[in-house]
Design a protein around this ligand. Sequence first.
Ligand code: PAF
Length: 278
Amino acid sequence: MRIFKDPETMQCWALEQRVAGQIIGLVPTMGYLHDGHLSLIKTATRECDIAVVSIFVNPTQFGPNEDFGRYPRDSDGDLTMCEEHGVDVVFMPDADAMYAQDASVYVMENRLARNLCGASRQNHFSGVCTVVAKLFNIVQPHEAFFGQKDYQQAAIIRRMVCDLNFAIDIRVLPIVRGRDGLALSSRNIYLSPDEHQRALALNRSLQQAYELFFAGENRASVLKQSIRELLEAEGLKIDYVEIVNGETLVAVSDVEMGNVILAAVYCGKTRLIDNCIV
Ligand code: PAF
């Protein structure tokens, strides 16, 4: 397994591989890998000639009061995991190699990024779009793999790829959950055992709404209220509960197949998100 830290070296190597006809798959991550990342990595290694995993805790997607400083990091563990799962290349740059001191160009999506997580995390998606665009240029992938847990992120990246003409196939793979139903996230490590138990209400509440929908209830207001009640009963602080069109992310009032139910909560100090497609 090769490890590149320098963006230019990574890019030159990737361009050579493309010329040699190799299909490159990229799994962008912020490290502290778990089974959710592994499902993306396994698909990339199976379906592409070269699987590249990027590991970079991207400072520009964290707000000033967010957890950039304490975001969990474990480079050694991540590298072992990548090696064991047949990853060909790990790209792990330092922040100053990724961002020039005087950088002044950022990528901003102006419609899908406004609501849901974008409403409470100002500039978050601009940070995501900017780093993902840079990773696309550096790693030169034919395919890039993302998790459905970050539904809004995936929708925005698809939009960016379309609007900026990146010739990259965006693959979004299903949410991976623990045995207890909690969607896997590097941030789950912050949860105390009691918080972890309470956090299970997030998936449970979405499942309950999903079942209500299939039992004939299609009023978004009723479904959202059922979710709110369950979350509040567990003492989770709600950031948002929303049901949206899966492409435009516009809130719906009458729920249809293909719509997406999303929620974000604070469990103690930890912000958790989850969603389900009906
Ligand atoms: O989903 C993530 O882990 C990050 O937002 C990403 C896509 C790696 C960009 O930093």
